[in-house]
Design a binder for this molecule. Sequence first.
Ligand code: XMP
Length: 328
Amino acid sequence: MRPRDREMMIREIRAEDLDPSEFIAQKVEEISSIVGGDLAINALSGGVDSSVVTMLGHMALGERLKTYFIDNGLMRDGEPERVASTFERLGIRVEVIDAKERFFEALRGIRDPEEKREAITRAFYRDVFGELVRKSGIRYLLQGTNYTDVEETVAGVKRQHNVLEQLGIDSERMYGYRVIEPLIQLRKPAIRKLAKALGLPEEIWGRPPFPGPALAARIIGEVTPERVDIVRRATRIVEEELSSARPFQCLAILHEDKVTGVRAGRREYGWQIEVRCWDSEDATTASPTRLPYETLYRLAERITGEIPGVVSVTYNITKKPPSTIEAV
Ligand code: XMP
C-alpha cells in the first residue's frame, strides 16, 4: 500500500463532532485491551498531545504506564523541571531521562532539514526508547501522533518526528515495541477539547504547539549546544514579549549565515535571528500576526542587547503556504 492510501484509511473526527466523554471511555477501553496485563511507556513533552495521551494511558493502565520526559538538550528554558512538576501535582510520576549527549551526537555535522529530522527520530525511537524497552521488557509505546502530523508527512511537506507507520516503518520489527496512537484521528482543536474534559490545567490545554524536534526545528544549519543556547535565549524573549497577545505560536529562528554588524563603533560579524508569530486554527494554514511596530522594535532591542553575538533581528511576513510554521 502506498503511504497516501494508508493515510486515507484514517477518518478525521472534527472538534465539533467530538463527544469527549464517549471518546475518552472508548480510548481507555482500547488501550486496556491492547496492552492487557503488560506494561507500556510513553514520552511526555508537556504539550497538549502528549499530556492527553499520558492521562488516557494512566486512566487505562495506572502504574503499568511508565511516563518519561526525554531531555534531548533541545527543549526550552526550564522545561524538563516544569513539566515533571506539573504532572507530579496531578499525581503522575514522570522520570526525566538525560539524553542530551545522544541527541547532539546524532545531530553532529548534519545541515539538511529532513536528515536532521530523521536523526532525531532515530535517536528517540531506536536509541533512547529502544534501550528503555530492552532493559524493561516493555512492549508498548503510547504516543500522541495527531491527524495533522500524518497529513503533513504523507503529503511530503515535512517528516514529523512521531510518524512511523505511514512512512512504512514497522516499529515492532525495527525497535522491538508496538506503538499505540489514540489521537491519530484528531487535530489540535479537538485535542484541546479533550484536555479540558480530562481536567488538565489551562497551562496545558491552552499551551501553544511546540514541535517534536524542539529547538532543532528552529536552527538552520548544524545543531550544536552553542547554537541551541542562542535560539533558546531568543525563544524566551519572544515568548515573554508576545505570549500575552495569545498567538497560535510565536518563535525565534537562528539563521545559518552571519552578517556584518557594528557595536560600539567596531565591526561585529554576528548571528541573525528571525522572529515568527502566527495566527492559525490548526497549523494547516497560518498568517503572520500584525504586531505593532513598537513590539517588534522592543524585540530587536532585547534580542541584540541580551544575546551576545546576535546583530540582526527580522520578522517573517509570509503566510503558510508557502512558508511553514517552523523553519526546518
Ligand atoms: P510546520 O512547520 O510543518 O508545522 O508548518 C505545523 C505544526 O506542527 C508543529 N510541528 C511538529 N509537531 N512533531 C510535532 O509533534 C514535529 O516533528 C513537528 N514539526 C512541526 C509546528 O510547531 C506547527 O504547530
